[in-house]
Design a protein around this ligand. Structure first.
Ligand SMILES: [Zn+2]
Length: 317
């Protein structure tokens, strides 16, 4: 990404200050061997520009590279993000209803895996309405999100225990949580390792972690890569990040646990075991728990192919 590309992007975001992004090692396996997967991505709907995405050649993780610093993203989330994605600073009713419904479905699904009551955290909780069914069942809940207008709305309108901070700045009590949920936020946080480390220190042994990620592309991949996603998890990399921080994945599924409104997302559920799981992380990759550059490249090519070739060309079998 040369300076002219950077300036174009910053101008697009209405940032006056110049920020220089830096190349990073793979956020999952720490390898410095990464390869360009996509140079131009979607800045917003039909606006495309340079913001390169790399694939790690050791584990197959897909992430934005180079990347800006924390201050850049702080400004980005405060000013730009909601305006770009939803076109408003006030949460729409449809969005609030969806959060409520997703929370209900999640609670029901998790029931067999969690205690009757306990302590939970929602990282990237937005308004915080997914906490409602847990609160109703006497769980001790907290949530956080960097988007102030949404957090304030949750606090003022619904009296929800949410706070406006970056998840990197969370202060959590050690071994205090029975359940942590990160629903579609892990792609957006600035420092995924710091967030996961904090969560792992706060989880009780056998505590449950629920991760939700966007999953495979829906249709043509042109818009799949966009500026608000710093990284792209697939089944394998979701499991890897859990293992890296001591959770043992026990269910990874595309089944729509929280209902139909977030089409195609993937879920990974894990149980915290600590060191006994963590210590196998590097070996697991070495012995094949990885995707190659070509695995990823052809996955994307496959979705482009599907989008282009309509079903009437297929023979029924
Ligand atoms: Zn890697």
């Amino acid at each position: 990404m040369n300076n002219s590309d950077i300036k174009k992007y910053l101008k697009y975001l209405n940032f006056d200050k110049f920020y220089k992004p830096k190349y990073k090692r793979c956020e999952i396996c720490n390898s410095n061997k990464t390869k360009l997967l996509r140079k131009k991505i979607s800045w917003n709907n039909n606006k495309f520009g340079v913001l390169p995405v790399h694939c790690c050649l050791n584990c197959g993780f897909v992430f934005q590279n180079p990347r800006f610093d924390k201050q850049f993203y702080k400004n980005y989330y405060e000013k730009a993000y909601r305006n770009i994605t939803l076109g408003t600073q006030k949460p729409p009713k449809k969005y609030l209803d969806d959060q409520k419904s997703r929370g209900k479905k999640l609670f029901k699904f998790l029931k067999p895996h969690i205690p009757k009551k306990g302590s939970m955290l929602d990282v990237g909780s937005s308004v915080g309405l997914m906490l409602l069914p847990f609160l109703k069942n006497n769980w001790k809940c907290s949530g956080n999100d960097p988007i102030r207008s949404y957090v304030d709305y949750g606090k003022q309108k619904f009296n929800l225990p949410v706070e406006c901070i970056l998840s990197e700045d969370m202060k959590l009590k050690k071994r205090s949580l029975d359940l942590i949920i990160i629903m579609g936020s892990l792609e957006h946080v600035v420092d995924v390792n710091l967030v996961m480390k904090k969560c792992s220190e706060a989880s009780k042994t056998n505590g449950i972690l629920v991760l939700e990620a966007r999953g495979d592309p829906l249709g043509n991949t042109k818009k799949f890569f966009n500026q608000s996603h710093h990284r792209y998890f697939f089944e394998n990399t979701l499991e890897l990040i859990m293992i890296k921080y001591g959770w043992e994945p026990f269910l990874t599924t595309k089944y729509p646990i929280t209902g139909p409104t977030r089409q195609n997302t993937i879920f990974c559920l894990g149980r915290f075991k600590g060191e006994s799981i963590k210590k196998n992380f590097k070996k697991a990759i070495k012995f094949g728990k990885k995707e190659t550059f070509d695995d990823i490249f052809f996955k994307l090519k496959y979705y482009n192919y599907l989008a282009k070739n309509s079903s009437n060309k297929l023979l029924l079998r």
